[in-house]
Design a protein around this ligand. Structure first.
Ligand SMILES: Nc1ncnc2c1ncn2[C@@H]1O[C@H](COP(=O)(O)OP(=O)(O)OP(=O)(O)O)[C@@H](O)[C@H]1O
Length: 262
């Protein structure tokens, strides 16, 4: 079922001195309930802008973005959970009270909040770290807390903007496996931004490849590998073939933009 529709969306930013940036040009996209959608593309193709539009943090210059399925939306709670590249935890709050914060803001009663917070810390593999402060946690652990926090008010849609981009390669692989497990358990609709082809193919049900000059959707690729996927699968021929096609598509768009002076 369709959760969200993006129709004819354009987004133009004023970059000063009468210069305009066409961050998104005629973007059309439907997001299916329960799917893991990845926005992939080079720097500046509008991935973050599209994610912020989906999250209502930004409005389109023209076009529309609408939730289609109202059944999964609570009137009094935000339908969105956001995970940013930086964990942005409050340093004076413990892991548990950071997770409880968004539930607190959503008006969920204290006892329910705590119970849910502990269950979420368990889900992200941090049940022994509830009383630790962010400075006592590694970068990967901080992002786990940030993920638990985003899930605390039980939003139907989870938006993630390169959440593991700042982590070392090995921790990033581990976090991707963990994210897949958490997603399989929680079955949220997820939209995940990355410029890593490997990360995209590992995580996605569908990959929306974007291109620059102006920012737009170039192609959409379905990834049908069974789950749970393992990190060893990235070496398999089918996996490498999808990655190779995406790399070619990305290269073609880059060459075309260069020819057009974009
Ligand atoms: N608030 C803003 N004001 C002016 N220009 C902006 C603003 N936000 C984004 N842009 C421009 O819009 C274009 C798309 O930016 P966006 O951050 O969405 O790209 P991205 O694909 O997420 O890039 P990256 O991978 O580097 O984060 C870029 O040219 C960027 O400079």
């Amino acid at each position: 079922m369709n959760l969200m529709s993006v129709r004819g969306v354009n987004k133009t930013f004023n970059a000063g001195e009468n210069r305009e940036v066409r961050a998104l040009d005629n973007v059309n996209l439907t997001i299916e309930e329960g799917e893991f959608l990845v926005l992939l593309g080079p720097s500046g193709c509008g991935k973050t802008t599209l994610l912020r539009l989906l999250g209502g943090l930004e409005s389109p210059t023209s076009g529309s973005i609408e939730f289609e399925s109202s059944s999964s939306i609570h009137q009094d709670r935000s339908p969105i959970g956001f995970v940013f590249q930086e964990a942005t935890l409050m340093p004076w709050r413990t892991a548990l009270s950071n997770v409880e914060l968004s539930a607190e803001l959503s008006g969920i009663p204290a006892a329910e909040r705590r119970e849910r917070g502990l269950a979420l810390l368990d889900l992200v593999g941090l049940s022994n770290f509830a009383d630790k402060y962010p400075r006592e946690l590694s970068g990967g652990m901080q992002q786990r807390v940030s993920l638990a926090r985003a899930l605390a008010h039980d939003p139907p849609l989870l938006l993630m903007d390169e959440p593991f981009g700042a982590l070392d390669a090995q921790t990033r692989d581990t976090m991707n496996v963990e994210l897949q497990r958490i997603w399989l358990e929680s079955r949220k609709t997820a939209v995940f931004v990355t410029h890593s082809i490997q990360e995209a193919v590992f995580l996605a049900d569908r990959i929306v490849l974007m291109a620059t000059g102006p920012g737009r959707i170039q192609s959409i690729t379905e990834v049908n590998f069974p789950r749970p996927r393992t990190i060893e699968m990235v070496e398999e021929p089918e996996f490498r073939e999808i990655a190779r096609k995406l790399r070619l598509d990305m290269g073609a768009a880059h060459d075309r933009a260069a020819t057009l002076g974009g």
